[in-house]
Design a protein around this ligand. Structure first.
Ligand SMILES: Nc1ncnc2c1ncn2[C@@H]1O[C@H](COP(=O)(O)OP(=O)(O)OP(=O)(O)O)[C@@H](O)[C@H]1O
Ligand SMILES: [Mg+2]
Length: 392
């Protein structure tokens, strides 16, 4: 490739130059290009429309800052091609560059001809297909699931509800399950999926988050189901603020027909607003006296603090035949709750264990389980009510 061919390729192209090394080449190999000089922060949320090519002078930045910049690029929904020049590229940077469809590395110091060849190589590569972004739709239905006590089965039920909703959709990418137990959510493990919601990157990109960028954080689970869940991290809740989480939820509701939230029991700065945006709040209790009392208190607190007339519905989980122990009956449970339960979900330890151990919903591994039938009936009833409200 001659210098001349690169020049003609660059004529009129917008080239984002990050770091000083390339600026000096404006009259040489980069002649004809429309150059924009910027810092690494410009890479957050960058897309195809911002530049035709990005050149990064790796040696101008401290490795952590450089790694964060390249990571931001790797997260962008449709990043422009990128060329990084440097003497000793950190491994984390090289790894993130490999995730990009169009990227190249140039050893510094480099000859102008080497730059020309690398630029031409990148610019002549075909553009990758645009990522699939869920289609816009009227308005998402959002259901929240929250446990009254730890281990009551909230995550199991959230996973099964999301799966049942998928079975009712013809459209791809129509349901999103969001695990808001940010530090140690179990939805990814229950689904056998790898969490890809990197909270530090989400916080950095929050201002620019839109449905296209959201796709950089989701884990596709099936054709219909996407998962938003963060990798295990004890400090996760401190990584993201209220606005970031609310923006994430807003974008998810703009992107999918159905959004299911697996909510942590303990209140976070964003909990009430998240609940306020939901069409249904499902409080999961087990059939023990402490759990029933906790379910009653939690439902009362949510109803009082939302103040919009919405009442949580209570699901009684692990309902078993009485002959197996001194558990309260449904009638006794409703007396303790001082309200009717919305539904009972049968106990089936074998099916639940098969699901968590094999990774995948109970409806996949044990489709005949009573848990599946009970949740199917619940979803049908609630979805029919949602449909009726929408039509009214
Ligand atoms: N209906 C059921 N029958 C039998 N086992 C169940 C049932 N529902 C849930 N389980 C099992 O109970 C355990 C706890 O369930 P799960 O993790 O869903 O609860 P959780 O409320 O989300 O817990 P955490 O408080 O940790 O978030 C899991 O091992 C799950 O497989
Ligand atoms: Mg859970």
């Amino acid at each position: 490739m001659s210098p001349q061919s690169s020049t003609s390729l660059l004529t009129g192209r917008r080239v984002l130059v990050v770091g000083p090394a390339f600026a000096a080449l404006a009259q040489g190999p980069l002649a004809g290009a429309v150059l924009e000089q910027a810092g690494l922060e410009r890479l957050i949320g960058i897309g195809r429309g911002d530049a035709d090519l990005i050149l990064i002078d790796a040696d101008a930045f401290a490795p952590p800052a450089l790694a964060a910049g390249v990571q931001a690029l790797a997260l962008a929904a449709a990043p422009p091609p990128v060329l990084v020049a440097g003497a000793h590229l950190p491994a984390a940077v090289a790894r993130d560059l490999l995730r990009l469809d169009r990227s190249d590395i140039l050893d510094a110091p480099f000859a102008p001809e080497a730059l020309t060849a690398a630029v031409a190589g990148l610019l002549t590569q075909p553009e990758p297909a645009a990522p699939t972004v869920p289609q816009a739709h009227d308005v998402a239905r959002c259901w929240a699931v929250i446990g009254a006590v730890g281990g009551s089965g909230a995550s199991t039920i959230a996973v099964e509800i999301a799966t049942q909703l998928c079975g009712r959709q013809a459209k791809e990418k129509s349901v999103c399950l969001i695990d808001l137990n940010l530090a140690d959510g179990s939805a990814p493990a229950y689904l056998g999926a790898t969490p890809s919601l990197r909270l530090g990157d989400l916080a950095a990109a929050a201002d620019k988050l839109d449905p296209a960028m959201l796709q950089a954080f989701v884990t596709p689970v099936t054709k219909q189901l996407d998962l938003l869940a963060a990798p295990r991290d004890p400090g996760a809740f401190e990584l993201v603020g209220r606005e970031t989480i609310l923006r994430l939820l807003e974008c998810a509701c703009d992107s999918y027909d159905w959004v299911v939230l697996d909510l942590p029991r303990h209140r976070r700065p964003w909990t009430l607003e998240a609940l306020g945006g939901c069409d249904e709040v499902l409080v999961v209790s087990e059939l023990t006296v402490p759990a029933l009392l906790a379910a009653r208190s939690l439902s009362d607190e949510i109803e009082r603090d939302l103040g919009n007339g919405n009442k949580p519905r209570i699901l009684l989980n692990r309902v078993a035949s009485r002959m197996f122990g001194p558990a309260p009956s449904t009638a006794e449970a409703e007396r303790a709750l001082q309200r009717k339960a919305e539904a009972g979900i049968s106990s089936d330890w074998e099916a639940a264990a098969a699901s968590v151990n094999l990774g995948g919903p109970i409806s996949t591994h044990r489709p005949k389980s009573k848990i599946v039938k009970d949740i199917q009936a619940l979803v049908e009833r609630l979805a029919a009510q949602a449909q009726a409200t929408k039509a009214a």
